[in-house]
Each structure stands twice: as structure tokens, then as C-alpha cells.
Design a protein around this ligand. Structure first.
Ligand SMILES: Cc1cc2nc3c(=O)[nH]c(=O)nc-3n(C[C@H](O)[C@H](O)[C@H](O)COP(=O)(O)OP(=O)(O)OC[C@H]3O[C@@H](n4cnc5c(N)ncnc54)[C@H](O)[C@@H]3O)c2cc1C
Length: 456
């Protein structure tokens, strides 16, 4: 069985790797002249920095399996213990997000009434609306100040999104299932862990934050090496898939020449808006549904300081509640998380801006962005010096928003995969946005393709 995988981000790479591992012939086709998609690490003047995602979370066994496969060439680099500290901006001060019951009682991020309300969370009845938004769910179970000062900034940090629009069962399915299956987030987490143990499910992960010593690029490069560079074709323009006689022909233009690859199976692993351009005969309703799908734009500004004289950065970083009406969504401290991302005595910051609430910020000039960030860093981290390294990366289609339109789209994808035999639609159009979700989906798709298309 020969498979063509389109898009060499972490999803496509992992899918191609697992298919190869299962004994199939794979051809991975990528538009850019490099692999990794939004994952890219740069090294300049003693600073190692990411131009997209900064960290992953070990949140499923598939990710651990992938690291097993790339060892010993690539090993995870886990966050330092101090990175467990997460901050929330209030005015110009970063306040620690409570990490345990005692700090949860003493924090002034949540009102006294909501703290009392949280004590009753295990006994509150589960919601009945399957399309309930994240903000409604949180207010119902935990109270408004938990929404404003914990969940809203968390949603900015993960989705660059709006909790009034994201539907819990698509955006945070684990949270939704805890409530629906066990009746509570708090009691449910404990009961689920017990149930998994009783069912013999071994968790090989502990939700550790990871990168690799070479940054996240180290992981994608190692997976690409497993796929085999002869099986990856980069720099492909005008990629288009056509079904002929029960097989697929994928044509593309590379170095001015049109080429065709024939395969039994095609798996698309690009962002959603690219899918209809690649697969021309998708059902009209699915094409329409994809056109309606929203992606949050995100701008990442990287600021490197050779000598940091501001506040100590012993934390993961901080998130900004939207009620604070600032220009930034959050600031990560990669040099504090992983230690070696800046020269000794220096610091590296990753500042995220934009999102669904402030897409306009991506249109500001580089100079305006630089000035905004210098002001924010001075106001909240008390660093007066200008950064020695400053880079801006604009991601216009960064994070898909799993809103109310998601359910119907998932049905349409399933139907298209049933009707067009051999076509598989992977990627962040469904199944989660985090690196762990992407890897998990890629394994699931590869194993399903293997089952449904047995080797001759
Ligand atoms: C700024 C930013 C910050 C993030 N931060 C985090 C984080 O801290 N932690 C985390 O877990 N996740 C984070 N994410 C999310 C996570 O990084 C992504 O969901 C994940 O990397 C996406 O991988 P992918 O392979 O599905 O898609 P992509 O990385 O987008 O890869 C898709 C690939 O398809 C290729 N392609 C597109 N069109 C075509 C075509 N027509 N023909 C051929 N190839 C094509 C693209 O060039 C690309 O290489 C972040 C995302 C962004 C954008």
C-alpha cells in the first residue's frame, strides 16, 4: 500500500513516520522548502528561540512513544521546576496562579464567594446543553472570577480565543467528559485516574512541559529523519489530488516542473482552509463549512536581552485576562523554563499578541510592535533596557477556533472519508490544537489507514 501525506508539520510527519513503521510506502509532500510547519527554532547571537509554539505538554502515551522512536538522537528537555509557577497580570503586577489548596484560599484573584462556591463544585449537577460554551460552563460550576482571572487568560494562551465562543466539548473535550461522566472536575479527575488504573491503562506521561535541547525543531527534524529524506518532497507548489480508477494522483510543481505521485491512499495534514484547494472534488457542504471555520491570528515577538536587570523571571510566564485590556495575550519566559535559551545573565521573552479579540495588532508596523513591547516589559517586568535581539513572526491562520460549527463539520469529514475511499482528512481541522493532540491524531489516523487498507 502506498500513501501520500500532504503537509509536513508535526501532524504529517508523525503520520508518515507511523505509516512507514507499519510497513507502508510513504511520500510526504510539503509546500515550503522545510519541514515542521509552524514549529521552527532559530539560533542567533547566543539566543535559541521559537518562531511558533514554544513548548509542548506530555499529555498522552503517543507523544512518549514518538520520543521513544526518535531516541537517542533526540530526547525531550523538560521544563525546570520553577516553571510550574504561572502568573496572571493584574494592573501592572504579575500574580501567581494558585497551585494548591492553600494558595487558592489566600489568592485575591478569585472572590471569597467564588472560593466558597468552588467547595460545592463536586456536588453541582452536570450541564445538559452539549453545545455549552466554555464561559457558561465555568461560571456555572466555578464562578465568574474563575472565568475572568483563570479560564479567560488560559483560553488566550492556548487558543488566542474567546471563551464565549469556544464550545467545551470540542475545545476542551477532556474537561467536558469529566463533568458528563463523573459529574465534577475535581472529583472526576480522581475517579478517572482510579478507573484508568483499574482498567489497566498505564499512563506513561506526567503532563510535563517539554522541548528538546535544540528546541522543538529538534523533534520535527528527528521525525523527518525517521520518515527518510528520500520520502519527503519539499518546495511543492499547486498541490492537487485527483481520484482516477480507484487510486489517487497527486500533482504538483517543483523547480518549474510538474510531477505526479500515484498512491492508494491520500492523507491531508494541512490547515483547514488549504484542504479544498488540494482536494478539488470535496462535497460542497464540507467546502462551505471549511470556509466558515475561523482561525485566530497570532503575532509572536521574541525579545532577547544579553543582561537582564528587570524582575526575576523564575516562572513559566504570565497570561493576561482580556478584562485587563492590554496589548499582549501573554509573555513566556523560555530562558527560565529551559535554562539555556539566552546568554548567562541574559533573558529571552516570547510575547504573544493578537488573537480573535485583537486581530488589528498584526497590521501594526514592526517599529510600533517593538515600542508596544518595550513599554509592556518596562511596565510589568521593570526592564529598562531595549532588547538586544528582537524578531516578529505573524501567523495569520494560527489557531483554529472550535466553536458551535465544529460538530457539523466533523460529521461532514466522516462522511467524506466514507464516500471517497482512501481519502483521509487529518490536521487541526479537528481533534485538538496542541502538539500532543496533533501527534495523537497522527497515530490514530495511521493505524486506521493501516486497518482499512491492508497490505497486499
Ligand atoms: C504561534 C503559535 C503558537 C503555538 N503555541 C503552542 C504551544 O505552545 N504548545 C502547543 O502544544 N501548541 C501550540 N501551538 C499549536 C501547535 O503548534 C500546532 O497545532 C501544530 O504545530 C500544528 O501542526 P500541524 O502539522 O497540524 O500543522 P502545521 O504546522 O500548520 O503544518 C501544516 C503543513 O502543511 C503545509 N501545507 C499547507 N498547504 C499546503 C499545500 N497546499 N501543499 C502542501 N503542503 C501544504 C504547510 O506548509 C505546513 O508545513 C501554537 C501554534 C501557533 C501558530
Amino acid at each position: 500500500m502506498k500513501a501520500t501525506v500532504i503537509g509536513a508539520g508535526i501532524t504529517g510527519l508523525t503520520l508518515a513516520h507511523r505509516l512507514g513503521q507499519l510497513g507502508h510506502e510513504v511520500c510526504l509532500i510539503e509546500k515550503q522548502d522545510r519541514v515542521g510547519g509552524v514549529i521552527r527554532t532559530m539560533y542567533e547571537d547566543g539566543f535559541r528561540f521559537e518562531t511558533g509554539p514554544n513548548t509542548g505538554v506530555m499529555n498522552n502515551n503517543r507523544l512518549v512513544e514518538l520520543f521513544d522512536d526518535v531516541a537517542p538522537q533526540c530526547r525531550p528537555l523538560l521544563a525546570r521546576p520553577e516553571a510550574k509557577r504561572r502568573l496572571i497580570l493584574q494592573g501592572n503586577s504579575w500574580k501567581p496562579l494558585p497551585s494548591g489548596p492553600i494558595s487558592a484560599i489566600s489568592t485575591d484573584l478569585f472572590s471569597f464567594a467564588d472560593k466558597l462556591r468552588l467547595l460545592g463544585e463536586p456536588w453541582r449537577r452536570p450541564g445538559t446543553d452539549p453545545d455549552e460554551t466554555l464561559s457558561r460552563l465555568v461560571v456555572r460550576r466555578m464562578g465568574r472570577t474563575f472565568l475572568t482571572n483563570a479560564v479567560d487568560p488560559f483560553v488566550s494562551g492556548v487558543y488566542a480565543g474567546d471563551p464565549d465562543k469556544l464550545v467545551t466539548r470540542y475545545a476542551l473535550p477532556k474537561l467536558y467528559n469529566l463533568e458528563q461522566r463523573y459529574g465534577s472536575f475535581i472529583g472526576g479527575s480522581i475517579r478517572k485516574a482510579r478507573a484508568d488504573k483499574a482498567a489497566g491503562i498505564v499512563r506513561r506521561f506526567g503532563k510535563e512541559v517539554f522541548s528538546t535541547p535544540d528546541g522543538l525543531q529538534g523533534l520535527v527534524d528527528a521525525v523527518a529523519a525517521l520518515v527518510g529524506h528520500d520520502n519527503i518532497i519539499c518546495g511543492c507548489a499547486d498541490v492537487s489530488v485527483r481520484r482516477t480508477g480507484g487510486r489517487f494522483e497527486t500533482t504538483f510543481v517543483r523547480q518549474g516542473r510538474q510531477q505526479t505521485v500515484t498512491s492508494d491512499v491520500v492523507a491531508v495534514a494541512t490547515n483547514a482552509p488549504q484542504i479544498p484547494d488540494i482536494v478539488s472534488d470535496l462535497p460542497a457542504e464540507l467546502v462551505e463549512s471549511i470556509a466558515q471555520m475561523k482561525y485566530a491570528p497570532v503575532m509572536l515577538a521574541v525579545a532577547g536581552y544579553r543582561r537582564w536587570t528587570g524582575k526575576p523571571l523564575a516562572a513559566f510566564g504570565g497570561l493576561v485576562p482580556s478584562a485587563q485590556r492590554r496589548n499582549v495575550l501573554g509573555i513566556l519566559f523560555p530562558s527560565a523554563i529551559f535554562g539555556d535559551r539566552a546568554p548567562v545573565d541574559g533573558a529571552l521573552l516570547s510575547v504573544f499578541m493578537g488573537g480573535v479579540r485583537r486581530p488589528d495588532l498584526l497590521d501594526k508596523s514592526d517599529e510600533d510592535v517593538r515600542n508596544l513591547i518595550i513599554d509592556e516589559v518596562y511596565a510589568t517586568l521593570h526592564e529598562r533596557a531595549e532588547p538586544d535581539l528582537f524578531r516578529i513572526y505573524r501567523h495569520r491562520q494560527a489557531i483554529p477556533q472550535y466553536d458551535i460549527s465544529c460538530g457539523r463539520r466533523m460529521e461532514l469529514i466522516e462522511r467524506a472519508e466514507r464516500d471517497i475511499k482512501g481519502l483521509y482528512i487529518a490536521g487541526n481541522i479537528h481533534n485538538g490544537i496542541g502538539i500532543g493532540d496533533r501527534v495523537c491524531q497522527a497515530y490514530d489516523y495511521a493505524e486506521r489507514i493501516d486497518r482499512e487498507n491492508p497490505k497486499p
